[in-house]
Design a protein. Structure first.
Length: 316
């Protein structure tokens, strides 16, 4: 089933036959423009080449916003993996919003639905139930269809309801394009077209694909350390690009953990930064799995492996 037909079927089911909402032309158009500009920049077809300033802007813009998405939108807003002050909570939300993946409460509630229905019918982005393209970005392009039917994400909304007491977060969720537009304008003001291209557009596309690969690649390719009920995988390449999020099987085993890379061989830059911020007193109460919890989860895995090795029981 193609991504758009899957979206339509999903929406119709969720809405009990209600008519579909408006299509997603704005998101798709923005995406096409951003990808075309990125291809133009990377292929060097007459685009301004990056100097040291542009490269520094590119790395800084990618790194800050990847941290905003992984440590902010994901580990803090969606999973409550640690605690922080109200100003830093807002800073995380602004950083995440500047990556143009919609608002913090929208993002976190959709992600909660992913964990509630991983790789089954209610999962917004599963490469098991839909296509790889759908799981990667198709669901995001079609998200206006979803959003026309609030009932579809009631459970996810409930999970992040506690943040609705903060008017600054509710406002940011509504005007989520603001931080991205401000960052683009700042990059243009600092360095003209090369600044806009390398300081905003290219790293935005980079953060998109690194983030979306967690939903697509990490439910398709990689190793499974824990016997979770979904098809989540640990993928070291995605873990490197997405600051630790590619340790996705670990994450599905311990969704509330602030740490996704559980050994030194599982890279997790966002956790390293969170640890540094903890030492500085900016964040606190980082939640981590205990040794006992790790051993219990590992034992469940060996039980499953042994059952598989033994094969199906004989029919008598
Ligand atoms: Zn997942
Ligand atoms: Zn998660």
């Amino acid at each position: 089933m193609g991504p758009l037909r899957f979206a339509a079927a999903q929406c119709q089911r969720e809405a009990n036959g209600a008519p579909l909402g408006d299509g997603p032309p704005l998101l798709v158009t923005t995406s096409v423009i951003m990808h075309s500009a990125t291809a133009w920049a990377l292929l060097g077809a007459g685009a301004p080449p990056p100097g040291s300033l542009e490269l520094a802007m590119c790395v800084g813009s990618f790194g800050l916003r990847m941290f905003g998405i992984t440590a902010g939108y994901h580990r803090y807003f969606a999973h409550g993996s640690y605690r922080t002050s109200r100003p830093f909570q807002f800073a995380l939300a602004v950083l995440g919003a500047s990556a143009w993946q919609k608002g913090p409460l929208w993002w976190a509630s959709h992600h909660a639905e992913h964990h509630l229905h991983s790789d089954s019918a209610g999962d917004p982005h599963s490469p098991v139930c839909g296509s790889l393209l759908w799981a990667h970005m198709g669901w995001f392009w079609a998200c206006m269809e979803y959003d026309a039917h609030p009932a579809a994400f009631q459970a996810g909304r409930g999970r992040v309801a506690r943040f609705r007491q903060y008017p600054e977060l509710v406002a940011l969720d509504r005007f989520h394009h603001g931080p991205g537009i401000a960052l683009g304008a700042l990059a243009y003001a600092a360095d003209g077209l090369p600044g806009l291209l390398w300081g905003f557009i290219v790293p935005t596309v980079g953060v998109w694909h690194a983030t979306f690969a967690v939903n697509s690649a990490c439910h398709r390719w990689g190793s499974r350390r824990f016997a979770t009920t979904d098809n989540s995988r640990n993928n070291v390449w995605v873990a490197l690009a997405a600051f630790g999020e590619g340790n996705h099987n670990n994450h599905h085993a311990f969704p509330w953990s602030a740490r996704h890379g559980l050994t030194w061989r599982e890279p997790d830059l966002s956790y390293a930064i969170l640890r540094a911020l903890e030492l500085l007193g900016v964040v606190w109460d980082l939640r981590l799995p205990t040794q006992e919890q790790l051993e219990r989860a590992a034992a469940r895995r060996s039980l499953t492996v042994n059952k598989q090795a033994a094969g199906p029981p004989d029919k008598l």
